[in-house]
Design a binder for this molecule. Structure first.
Ligand code: DC
Length: 217
């Protein structure tokens, strides 16, 4: 792992597929720096909503990109499904995506000196942001399974069937938008390793991923 060419792991997949958890576990395991690129789009969506704007309006969305550095990307409010939906809307605009490309690529290629590589997770990491990544993983699961996971995250034991149905619907709409937009749609890079997590717990997914990543080092 030389300073010129860091080891990059690109993880892509649909909403609530488990890519964030996998990325965090791998980052810890390999001592890699981690960037959750969805948080950048969520921060833009959150800025638009906070300002009373419309995430489907390009000028409102671009204003949201200008104050990105003011947002704490770890703010738990960013994690809710309404903010995910706003993120998906602003993310469909090429002008918004353009403002975030350099930041993501710079992060990928410049790990801090105490880190041994970088991991980025999102929708277009293996296809557009880091097509040169040494490891590409595409992680997915049935939409019902993903909705159940998101439901438990948001409501723990207190959710109702109505809330579950709403999350399921929201995820379907988000999948549709993220996969079918013209600008950098969610799709598996040809050389990405596919992991389906529908019937696997995080431990099994993590072990499979470590086996794959280690085989590429
Ligand atoms: O991964 P996430 O659910 O936090 O992402 C929120 C939204 O951001 C997602 O629905 C689409 C958008 N996104 C994107 O278009 N490209 C990325 N690299 C990451 C996220």
């Amino acid at each position: 792992m030389t300073a010129n060419k860091p080891f990059i792991i690109a993880i892509d997949g649909p909403a609530a597929s488990g890519k964030g958890t996998l990325a965090r576990r791998l980052a810890e395991h390999y001592n890699f720096a981690l960037l959750d690129t969805g948080a950048l789009y969520r921060a833009v969506g959150w800025n638009v909503i906070r300002a009373g704007g419309d995430p489907e309006n390009e000028s409102d969305a671009l204003k949201g990109t200008k104050i990105l550095s003011e947002v704490n990307l770890n703010n738990p409010e960013l994690r809710t499904e309404p903010i995910g939906a706003a993120a998906s809307k602003v993310a469909s605009m090429p002008a918004v995506r353009r403002t975030l490309v350099d930041f993501q690529r710079h992060f990928a290629h410049n790990p801090p000196t105490d880190k041994d590589g970088t991991i980025l997770d999102g929708r277009d990491i293996g296809t557009v942001i880091c097509p040169d990544a040494q490891v590409k993983i595409f992680i997915t699961a049935e939409v019902e399974t993903r909705a159940k996971r998101r439901f438990i995250e948001e409501y723990s034991e207190d959710g109702t069937a109505k809330e579950y149905s709403r999350i399921l619907e929201d995820l379907k709409v988000r999948d549709e938008r993220d996969m079918n937009r013209a600008a950098s749609p969610l799709k598996k890079a040809e050389n990405a390793h596919l992991i389906n997590t529908t019937n696997s717990d995080i431990e099994a997914v993590f072990e499979a991923a470590v086996k794959f990543v280690s085989s590429k080092m």
